[in-house]
Design a protein around this ligand. Structure first.
Ligand SMILES: Nc1ncnc2c1ncn2[C@@H]1O[C@H](COP(=O)(O)OP(=O)(O)O)[C@@H](O)[C@H]1O
Ligand SMILES: O=C(O)C1=C[C@@H](OP(=O)(O)O)[C@@H](O)[C@H](O)C1
Ligand SMILES: [Mg+2]
Length: 216
């Protein structure tokens, strides 16, 4: 049963993260500025969160966590199995539980699932760190996701229209990110990683605006 898997969520997540806590921290130009702040990657399915997250983790000497992978490890089921056997609402609940656990740690790059932004409560965790939106044109997403079998929301005939509808619904939510990385069709994962690091640096170095004066 899914419930019994959930009962072990906390210890399983600790088991995944704790061996990595011993990793030596190599200084990186952004490390001082970040001060251990977690990076949360958001964006549509196929935008590259898992791919870029992994590379960012290596560059920053941060641990890389993928919430979908953690969900699969803690439940012992694949994402399609969870959707099929328990429904999307159960998946969203587990996703929130996993995000909550993960957010207790520092020095993480977290690749989230594309729908994490749809649950308002999740933002209270995302805002513990720096939220980065990988914005990728619809045509590129469609090309990357052609023939994909691992994303249950896209398994019916009208999957391209479904993808477009999801993008339209979610765009205003993704736009709440702290950093918006606009990715072109030609950019390699390495180039996207470089651009993301540059933009994080810009955001962290930009002066915080003064609060408006209090009216007399
Ligand atoms: N910059 C890129 N250029 C080309 N292919 C990419 C790029 N980023 C990701 N991909 C590919 O797109 C697919 C989806 O990437 P993935 O990281 O799983 O996205 P997400 O986690 O956002 O759903 C994968 O096959 C991945 O190899
Ligand atoms: O957009 C979504 O609602 C989903 C995105 C998927 O993750 P990716 O964004 O990594 O594909 C996964 O969490 C699940 O299939 C639902
Ligand atoms: Mg992913």
């Amino acid at each position: 049963m899914l419930e019994s898997h959930l009962a072990v969520t906390l210890s399983s997540i600790y088991a995944v993260i704790s061996p990595l806590l011993a990793m030596p921290a190599q200084p990186h130009p952004l490390s001082d500025l970040l001060k251990g702040t977690n990076l949360y990657l958001i964006g549509m399915m196929g935008s590259g969160k898992s791919t870029i997250g992994h590379l960012l983790g290596r560059r920053l000497n941060y641990r890389f966590i993928d919430t979908d992978e953690l969900i699969e490890q803690t439940t012992g089921q694949t994402i399609p199995e969870i959707f099929q056997q328990h429904g999307e609402a159960s998946f969203r609940q587990i996703e929130t539980d996993v995000l909550a656990q993960v957010s207790a740690y520092t020095r993480l790059v977290v690749a989230t699932g594309g729908g994490i932004v749809t649950q308002p409560y999740n933002w209270s965790y995302l805002h513990h760190g720096l939220v980065i939106w990988l914005e990728v044109p619809l045509a590129v997403l469609q090309r990357r996701l052609q023939g994909d079998t691992g994303r249950p929301l896209l398994q019916s005939d009208g999957w391209t229209e479904r993808l477009q509808a999801l993008l339209e619904q979610r765009q205003p939510l993704y736009a709440q990110a702290d950093v918006r990385v606009t990715v072109t069709a030609q950019q390699s994962p390495k180039a996207v990683t470089r651009q993301t690091l540059e933009q994080i640096g810009q955001v962290l170095r930009s002066p915080t605006p003064e609060p408006p004066p209090i009216a007399p």
